[in-house]
Design a protein around this ligand. Structure first.
Ligand SMILES: [Fe+2]
Ligand SMILES: [Fe+2]
Length: 155
């Protein structure tokens, strides 16, 4: 999903929730494998987790930076600082995923890896809250007004 649909709070929020739900499920699976000392299984799950974060949350972040964030700054210049802060959150998430890859390349999937995932989940949760409550909540009215105007004048 990209373009105007990311400006719709409900649709956008359900993307966040689906990705986080899967991330938390995978974290539980990994925790269980580590507790059971199933190292091969833990390595496999860790690999799936990295793929999950890259293909869902980091791809979503890229789409936001290329579309939604630029549109928001264009339509609401005072939101530039907020957009920079949200972009910084994306950068932190990219760096933590990079650290997870580094750890996996050394085949060291242990409780330290779980700490990285937990940090990632906390940053993502706070980030999503800010996107919904600060970025999109203030945009809702003007977006609906513009959309109604476009329909009326066919522009
Ligand atoms: Fe984001
Ligand atoms: Fe988002």
């Amino acid at each position: 999903m990209s373009g105007p649909s990311l400006r719709m709070q409900d649709a956008h929020s359900s993307i966040h929730e689906a990705a986080l739900y899967e991330a938390i499920e995978l974290k539980h699976l990994l925790q269980r494998s580590i507790e059971d000392a199933s190292q091969d299984k833990a390595l496999q799950i860790a690999d799936i987790m990295i793929e999950h974060w890259e293909s869902r949350t980091l791809k979503h972040a890229e789409a936001e930076e290329e579309g939604l964030y630029k549109d928001m700054v264009r339509d609401h210049p005072h939101m530039e600082k907020l957009v920079n802060q949200l972009t910084r959150d994306h950068d932190l998430m990219r760096r933590i995923v990079g650290m997870m890859k580094e750890t996996l390349s050394q085949e060291k999937v242990d409780l330290g890896f779980i700490s990285l995932i937990e940090s990632l989940i906390i940053i993502d949760e706070l980030h999503n809250e800010d996107e919904m409550n600060q970025l999109l909540a203030n945009d809702k009215r003007s977006y609906l007004d513009n959309h109604a105007r476009d329909l009326k004048y066919g522009s």
